[in-house]
Design a protein around this ligand. Structure first.
Ligand code: GDP
Length: 328
């Protein structure tokens, strides 16, 4: 039997790395689209961390280059395409709104178009985001909750979401939108609050840093583990029909409480080190997100297995090792 082939954009990111690991375990050929930079070459450190770099095929491509995407899809004729690439940091999206609209919004159109033209039967996954709920219209957000984006990032993600729905309805493509709530891991970028916290806690514990400066610690998020969440992506593309799903834990926690979990893990008091710095406030904030995972659980049998506390401890331990210490 020939191997199934998956094309993954954003393969060098957190989710791309965990998804590659999962797909390789399942026997897929994994082709990753990477945007080369003259400064850094290809950033494979996340794939390296999971030991999968040598088992995936990396090809040059850019979400803004439709011709190149078409060539990649034509050459590999994938069974599945996962669009994980984006300008993914909310705060940066106010500084680079046009770039975010291009990469995070128009980029989705280009990938959908390449799939429609070159492999119309491929199953397509779009990485949508709980940030699309923004100023929440229901206390717990499900697939039917109206959206109200609060950042250029969220507006661009909403374009990608509706394009995915529209290509499914217009062209009968197997296109799914996964509305994933915040998901983290030791491979999360340092700009996101969980990883910023666990990295700082590790450095403070090792005597390399004196304080942790953060923004709005009253914000609440529904945090899960990326390793759990990539299983949901895959499951969506194996189902009989294409659909949209919320992926979440169904529990929301303040940034403050998450910070306490991290400090407690190394036996330090958060209040001795945390400083509020208005530089980290956002022009408009998403105060609280709480997802309802009923549909993904009932339809695809997906449930999360890793709690926020377990995840934060794993992240602190990984950052302690990275900074030259040993785990507590
Ligand atoms: P987001 O939900 O995709 O924006 O994920 P982030 O991890 O970047 O932010 C989650 C929440 O933490 C937001 O409400 C931020 O305003 C809040 N937050 C508070 N302090 C910080 C900080 O220092 N850095 C970041 N990234 N977020 C912070």
């Amino acid at each position: 039997m020939t191997k199934k082939c998956a094309v993954v954009t954003g393969i060098t990111g957190q989710d791309g790395a965990y998804l590659s690991e999962l797909l390789l375990e399942k026997g897929y050929k994994v082709v990753g689209v990477v945007r080369r930079s003259s400064h850094f070459g290809v950033a494979t450190h996340r794939l390296d961390w999971l030991g999968v770099t040598d088992h995936v095929e990396l090809v040059d491509g850019d979400l803004l280059d439709l011709g190149g995407l078409c060539r990649i899809i034509r050459e590999h004729k994938p069974d599945e395409v996962y669009n994980l690439a984006a300008q993914s940091f909310v705060k940066t999206s106010w500084d680079q709104p046009s770039l975010t609209a291009q990469a995070t919004g128009v980029g989705v159109v280009n990938v959908l178009e390449a799939v429609r033209l070159e492999a119309p039967h491929a199953h397509f996954y779009q990485a949508s985001s709980s940030e699309m709920y923004g100023l929440i219209q229901e206390a717990q957000q499900s697939e039917t909750t109206p959206f109200y984006p609060r950042s250029p990032y969220a507006v661009a993600k909403l374009m990608g979401h509706w394009m995915t729905v529209n290509y499914r309805e217009s062209f009968d493509m197997f296109a799914c939108s996964g509305i994933l709530f915040n998901h983290e891991s030791p491979l999360r970028g340092l700009e996101f609050v969980t990883r910023k916290v666990t990295d700082a806690v590790a450095q403070i514990k090792l005597g390399k840093l004196n304080e942790l400066a953060v923004g709005n610690i009253d914000a609440k998020r529904d945090w899960g583990h990326a390793k759990d969440y990539v299983r949901a992506m895959w499951a969506m593309l194996q189902h009989d029909v294409a659909d949209d799903y919320v992926v979440a834990t169904g529990r929301t926690v303040t940034v403050r409480d998450m910070i306490h979990v991290a400090f407690d893990h190394v036996g330090l008091k958060a209040d001795d080190y945390v400083r509020i710095d208005p530089r980290f406030f956002r022009p408009s904030e998403v105060d609280v997100l709480l997802g309802n995972p009923d549909k993904v659980t009932k339809t695809l049998g997906w449930t999360p297995t890793i709690t926020m506390e377990q995840m934060i401890r794993e992240m602190v331990d990984a950052d302690l090792v990275r900074h030259g210490g040993s785990q507590p």
